[in-house]
Design a protein around this ligand. Sequence first.
Ligand code: NAD
Ligand SMILES: O=C(O)C(=O)C[C@@H](O)[C@H](O)[C@H](O)COP(=O)(O)O
Ligand code: ZN
Length: 352
Amino acid sequence: MPTIHVHTKPEYDIHIGRGLLDRCGELTRAVKAPCRALVLCDTNVEPLYADRVERSFAATGYEVTRHVFPAGEQSKNLAVLGELLNRLGEEGFTRTDLLAALGGGVCGDMGGFAAAVFQRGIDFVQIPTTLLAAVDSSVGGKTAVDLPCGKNMAGCFWQPKAVICDPDLFDTLSPEVFACGMAETIKTGAILDKALFEQLERCDIRSEIEAVVARCCELKRSVVEEDERDLGLRQLLNFGHTIGHGIERTSHFTLPHGYAVAIGMVLMARAAERLGASEEGITERLISILQRYGLPTSTDLPVKTLCEASHMDKKRSGKDITIVVPERLGAAVRRRMTMEELDRWIIKGASV
Ligand SMILES: NC(=O)c1ccc[n+]([C@@H]2O[C@H](COP(=O)([O-])OP(=O)(O)OC[C@H]3O[C@@H](n4cnc5c(N)ncnc54)[C@H](O)[C@@H]3O)[C@@H](O)[C@H]2O)c1
Ligand SMILES: O=C(O)C(=O)C[C@@H](O)[C@H](O)[C@H](O)COP(=O)(O)O
Ligand SMILES: [Zn+2]
């Protein structure tokens, strides 16, 4: 069972292994004394996994309460967050209690944010149930909800006490949700690790999933250890997200995050290649690997809409914005530019 230690403040372990779901109570107890625990999950995850998690917490001494919200990105908002915070209050949760986010990125992001702000901060653990949450969102402590004006617009950094990842849970994912996880996995290879990218180009992903998740967590760990607060290096993890988040907002959060990021990566890579900022052939390889995993690589949205939607990006400061450019496979860089220049890049990237 790989365990990856993350040296942030506070520090924590990521446990990865088949069957770990039934040991989540014991793994949590190693870092948090038994207390009241609120298990947060959505309506799809609840019937599949909530009972097992609650049994494991109860068997190790925790007093468990369950809170369920409607599945989907459209729940990642202030209203659903407010209901969750109220529930914690009404149930009499105190500062020394725990929230366990059992789910995908929506559950982890919103649950983490609730943990960060309830009584100014309670402990939480991440129990990722999607591939996306396992390779990306459960690690690094970015928590948030969406606002009508944009993705993850209200949030904060709040590290979990532990991440407990059981790859057996991916067996119940729909092909679409599994593919969304592949988008962030491919992103990780594209920006940080050519060998991982090439492994994904040829491998039978289902049989190598545990190693691939562990590699992604190691890579993300090293980035967030160096730049926990997203002030520099960490922005590389945002490859494809400037356009991707814009597309998500334009779709009123109906297009899945992984799909939007896949499209965003292709557009940025194509623009960079055409402008001589990336090695030749990178766009073709990106398109072909994304298609291999059933991901979209283009959008019908008008280019004007793409430009306007991309201007809300959190990497903007004043009149300038930082974008992520895949200079070479496995080696991305940040590049500061004006908003006009970004628009030129998007126009270049969107014209096929
Ligand atoms: N905090 C971060 O660093 C970070 C990183 C990447 C993405 N994100 C966020 O993550 C979110 C996307 O995450 P996601 O793709 O996991 O979406 P999600 O949480 O909505 O899960 C996708 C769907 O899969 C279902 N599901 C979850 N686990 C299941 C299982 N084991 N079996 C069957 N169905 C299951 C859910 O009910 C949901 O319908 C976005 O909001 C994105 O912004 C955050
Ligand atoms: O962890 C990070 O940092 C990332 O950028 C990972 C992204 O995949 C993720 O979608 C993140 O939530 C985006 O962050 P944001 O700051 O652009 O909202
Ligand atoms: Zn993402």
